[in-house]
Design a protein around this ligand. Sequence first.
Ligand code: HEC
Length: 242
Amino acid sequence: MGKMERFAFVALVAGIIFFLFADFVSWALPMFVLKDIPKKSIMDLAKEAKAKNTTAWSDFKKIAMAYPEQFKKFCEYEEPFSGAKKVSNCTPNEETLAKALAVGHRWYVAEGCWNCHSQMVRPVSNETLRFGIPGVSNHVSYPSEYNNELQAPVLWGTKRVGQDLIREAAVHNLGWQAAHLYKPTSTSPGSVMPGYPWYFEKDSKGRIVPNERGIALLTYIMWLGSWEVKPPKDFRLEAAAK
Ligand code: HEC
């Protein structure tokens, strides 16, 4: 066997070993390390939002109050992709919130919102100032934020044509979010974000309001980062009275 042949053989074997090692380190190792950490289900997330009275919970109640006709339709809405089924107790509760998060997430993915919006505050370039919530959250993203069904697969994203959305909860109110989703230039002149009028319809009074899918999408957007936001004021007063 010539010298070069021996070298090629060693390089080949080393290459295969390195390949297997890289493979092991990049998926098998994390899988073994993380397997015992429980992943939160969508229902867990909804229960948590209600129990901690986060802004996601109060915003969901606001949505139900602001668009009662559409909320009813949302309760009846069925669709196989997110497993949405008819809900008989049509009030803002854990079950309807879990359904809204599942459906909203499903359409967020399907519309490709993640092409323009990341969901991760990185520890570089003062991103906490850029995407954090002033006076509320200046954390970079941390692992437990992603250990749930709505981040499997993760929606970290790569491009930022628009802002990062993982701290969106406290940034705008419901009216702004609805108007913006319908027609982004109405709230953000010059915006390159396309409008999504197919998440809206006219109600019996002729107002343009979110339809059943719009309700879910708005709930999902306003849920993002709500775990970082202090509970609404009425909750703090209630807690102080105890
Ligand atoms: C072509 C790229 C693009 C796509 C696709 C896109 N957006 Fe945007 N989005 C932007 C840009 C740019 C802005 C900033 C200007 C503005 O407010 O409209 C923005 C702003 C936003 C904001 C406000 C962020 C803030 O904190 O002010 C939200 C919420 C949002 N987008 C949600 C969505 C959702 C939901 C979808 C999918 C249904 C979506 N976007 C799809 C580009 C995009």
